[in-house]
Design a protein around this ligand. Structure first.
Ligand code: FAD
Length: 390
C-alpha cells in the first residue's frame, strides 16, 4: 500500500487541490490511475486490488481534493462502466470511461419498459440495421437521471424471430440525439427522479454497439449484477447509512424513547452491522472477479433494512415524522438519504425493494443460484419473441 500512498502524494504535489480547478484535478486523478484502482492502467486504474480504493479516497479527501459526486453519476459508475470495461472495445473504453468517471458525462439506463420490468427479456424496443447505423424505436420507463444524461446503456430487440433472451442487443445511446424524448415521472416523494423515455427513429451508430449482435442478454447480466452491488453493497462505515441517521434521531430525542422502540432499534442495528460486514466480504470476493448472486443478497438485505429503519424513525418521531414538507428538489440529480428529513426517507425507501430488481425476484435468484432449489417454470423459453402473448 505504500506505493499507493506515494502515488497519492505525487498527484497532490503536481496538482494542489487548493489551486487546481475541480475538473482539471479529476482528470489528473484519472490519468494517474487513482480513479478506480482496480481498473486497468490507462483507463483510470492501476490493476490493483479493489480494496486499495478506500485508502486512496480517504487520503485525497483529507487533503481537500474534490470528489466526482458519486451519487450524481451512480449509474455510470456502478453499471455502465463495469459493462463497458468487460464487453466494450478498446476504442469504446477510451472514449467513454474518462468523462464518465470525472462526471463530465452523466449516464442513465434504458432497460425497463411498460411491459418488461422483472421480465426484462420480454422487452420490445426495436433496433433495425440501416447501413452503419441502427434505427431504434420504442418506449422505456422508470429511467433515473435521463433528464441529466448525455449517454444511456440501452437494450433493444434486434431479432424478434428467436426466443426472447436470444434476440437482444446492447447499445450505447446518445440522449441528445434526435428522436429521444424524456418526460418526467413523479414518485411518491413528489419528486421526479426518473422518467419515461420515448425513442422514435433514433440513429445509433454500429460503433456504439457493445458486444455481438444478439448477445445483449448475457452482457446485461454484467450490468444487473453490478447494479445490485452498487445499490446494496457499497462500503459504509460502522453505524453509517440509514442506521446512523436513525440512531442520530434516537439520540436527539430522549423524551420519545420507549423500551419497545429501543429493542427494535437495537435489533436493526445488529442486522445492519451484520450486513455491513457481509459487504466487506463481498468486496473481497469481487477482487477475484465479477459479482455473482451474492450481490442480490446484499441488495435484498439493504432494501429490507432501509425500509424497516425509516419506518421505525417515522414511528419514533410520531406526528413530526409525518410532517414531510421538503418538496423543494422537484428534479433531483441524486438520491441522498442522509441530507433529507424522516418523511422523505420513509417514502423514498419504498423504491429500494423495486429498483435494481424487486425483492421477490432477488429471492428467486438466491433460491435458484445460491440454494440450488428448482427453477421457476418458464414456458416461454423456446418460443420466438414475436409469438409470445403480449
Ligand atoms: C426508484 C426506481 C428507479 C428505477 N430506475 C430505473 C432505471 O434507471 N432504469 C431502468 O431501466 N429501470 C429502472 N427502474 C425500474 C425497475 O428496474 C423495475 O421497476 C423493476 O425491475 C420491476 O419491474 P416492474 O416495475 O415492471 O414490475 P413487475 O415486473 O411488473 O412486477 C410487479 C410485481 O410482481 C412481482 N413479480 C414479478 N415477477 C415475479 C416472479 N417471477 N416471482 C415473484 N414475483 C414476481 C414483482 O416483485 C412486483 O412486486 C427503477 C425503479 C425504481 C422504483
Amino acid at each position: 500500500m505504500s506505493g499507493m500512498r506515494d502515488r497519492v502524494a505525487a498527484l497532490l504535489s503536481a496538482h494542489d487541490p487548493a489551486t487546481t480547478g475541480r475538473l482539471e484535478f479529476l482528470r489528473a486523478r484519472f490519468d494517474a490511475g487513482l480513479a478506480w484502482v482496480h481498473f486497468p492502467v490507462g483507463l483510470g486504474g492501476l490493476g490493483a486490488p479493489r480494496d486499495a480504493q478506500q485508502e486512496v479516497d480517504l487520503a485525497l479527501a483529507e487533503a481537500g481534493a474534490p470528489d466526482n459526486s458519486p451519487r450524481r453519476i451512480g449509474i455510470g459508475l456502478g453499471m455502465a462502466a463495469p459493462t463497458i470495461l468487460a464487453h466494450g472495445t478498446e476504442e469504446q473504453r477510451l472514449r467513454f470511461l474518462r468523462p464518465l468517471w470525472t462526471g463530465e458525462e452523466v449516464w442513465c439506463q434504458l432497460f425497463s419498459e411498460p411491459g418488461a420490468g422483472s421480465d426484462l427479456a420480454a422487452l420490445g424496443t426495436r433496433a433495425r440495421r440501416d447501413g452503419d447505423d441502427w434505427v431504434v424505436t420504442g418506449q422505456k420507463v422508470w429511467t433515473s437521471s435521463a433528464h441529466n444524461a448525455q449517454w444511456a446503456i440501452l437494450l433493444a430487440r434486434t431479432d424478434p424471430d428467436v426466443p426472447k433472451h436470444a434476440g437482444i442487443t446492447y447499445f450505447v445511446c446518445d440522449m441528445t440525439a434526435p428522436g429521444v424524448e424524456v418526460r418526467p415521472l413523479r414518485q411518491i416523494t413528489g419528486e421526479a427522479e426518473f422518467n419515461e423515455v420515448f425513442l422514435t427513429g433514433v440513429r445509433v451508430p454500429d460503433a456504439h454497439r457493445i458486444g455481438e449482435v444478439g448477445a445483449g442478454w448475457r452482457i446485461a447480466q454484467t450490468t444487473l449484477m453490478n447494479e445490485r452491488v452498487a445499490i446494496g453493497g457499497r462500503p459504509v462505515p460502522r453505524e453509517g447509512g440509514m442506521v446512523g441517521v436513525v440512531a442520530d434521531t434516537w439520540r436527539a430525542h430522549p423524551e420519545r424513547r420507549t423500551p419497545e422502540l429501543h429493542d427494535r432499534l437495537l435489533s436493526l442495528w445488529v442486522e445492519s452491522e451484520a450486513l455491513r460486514l457481509a459487504g466487506i466480504r463481498l468486496r473481497q470476493q469481487l477482487a477475484a472477479g465479477s459479482p455473482g448472486p451474492e450481490g442480490s443478497a446484499m441488495k435484498l438485505g439493504f432494501a429490507r433494512l432501509s425500509q424497516a429503519l425509516s419506518a421505525l424513525e417515522v414511528e419514533f418521531l410520531a406526528e413530526d415524522g409525518l410532517r414531510y414538507d421538503d418538496w423543494t428538489q422537484r428534479r433531483p440529480t441524486a438520491v441522498d438519504f442522509t441530507a433529507r428529513d424522516a418523511g422523505y426517507r420513509y417514502l423514498r425507501a419504498k423504491g429500494n425493494s423495486i429498483e435494481g430488481g424487486t425483492s421477490e425476484v432477488l429471492r428467486n435468484i438466491i433460491a435458484e443460484r445460491v440454494l440450488g432449489l428448482p427453477t421457476e417454470p418458464r414456458s416461454d423459453k423456446d418460443i420466438p419473441w414475436k409469438d409470445l402473448p403480449r
